[in-house]
Design a protein around this ligand. Sequence first.
Ligand SMILES: Nc1nc2c(ncn2[C@@H]2O[C@H](COP(=O)(O)OP(=O)(O)OP(=O)(O)O)[C@@H](O)[C@H]2O)c(=O)[nH]1
Ligand SMILES: [Mg+2]
Length: 360
Amino acid sequence: MGFSCGIVGLPNAGKSTVFNALTGAGARVASHPFCTIEPNRGIVPVPDVRLEKLGTILGKKDPIPTRIEFVDVAGLVKGASQGEGLGNQFLGHLRNIDALVHVVRCFESADAVHVMGSVDPGRDIDVVNTELLLADLQVIERAREKEIHAARAGEKTAKHDVELLEALSKHLDGGGALRTLPEPQHFAEIIARLGVITAKPVLYLANRGENADEALPREVSRRAAAEGAGFLAVSGKIEEELSALSPEDRKGFARELGIDRTGLDRLIEASYAMLGLVTFYTAATDLQAWTIPVGTPAHEAAGRIHTDFERGFIKAEVVHFDDLVASGTEHHAREHGLLRAEGRDYVVRDGDVIHFLFNV
Ligand SMILES: Nc1nc2c(ncn2[C@@H]2O[C@H](COP(=O)(O)OP(=O)(O)OP(=O)(O)O)[C@@H](O)[C@H]2O)c(=O)[nH]1
Ligand SMILES: [Mg+2]
């Protein structure tokens, strides 16, 4: 598995439309709010031109791409934490995801009402973010009560956890998302344990419609930049129509519309950048792409493939994709000294092709 993204936003923002465009999963879309109740899940292979090229160079058929999972949940409304709309219980489906895609409505439609009566991306962002913040506060409050009991019962680590939880709660009370904590390393473990939502990196996706007023996506982009978050503008409806076509028709239609890459391609690229992810390749048996965070040492990368690889790690034979392409064959790359032996602490780079040697 590569990584997973949860899709959040107001009802009728076009979350399921975007989800369908990304996954081709055909989730139900409707002009009335709260169309989605149970979450939609879809897994898509990550398009990767390097993987195809490597297949040719290394003579491997049917390379295995990494995959990305999307989870499309119900819409949030103002007061969701107090039970308005569908409440916010369904946010529990987002505890285990790696990042958020926040769909912001920038399109006008007489057909699909806006739940707040007008299109106003800045206000919508605030409404959704406030509800996510309140949801995290509830989770933290519950955890704090539990740890207080545990501390009273004499559990050693509980007192420290109570302090951490109080600091988190204070940060949220001040209106800050947990992704903006000043010293995140102190909280990494407890944040991972609780799966709090505002700690996850976010990408704002302006659903710009067909003839959007450019000022609307620009407002979303401005907000994203102010937070240091990711940003992308797409037309959910056009992307959904594109994704339903055969690959050939899609290319032709996209050209007519002046779209050079699909929303999925652009979203994946933006997500990789936002999450600081890199891709490496192995080809000992099947040719396969793997996703890891930036800065991962070779022995941990090996552990992604199999725990035995990490335990019995001896060395990694590494050649970079670019060097392999320049050399034409693995043999030439080796002759030119471009194939290196690296140790367990070597930091894997995006585009490395790696052969792990291990002993168990
Ligand atoms: N014109 C236009 N309409 C869109 C666009 N994206 C979505 N819609 C319409 O907006 C309505 C709501 O879309 P959905 O994708 O169901 O919205 P949602 O955010 O999943 O809504 P809930 O599941 O109710 O929270 C539907 O009628 C869509 O056809 C777009 O880019 N342009
Ligand atoms: Mg929906």
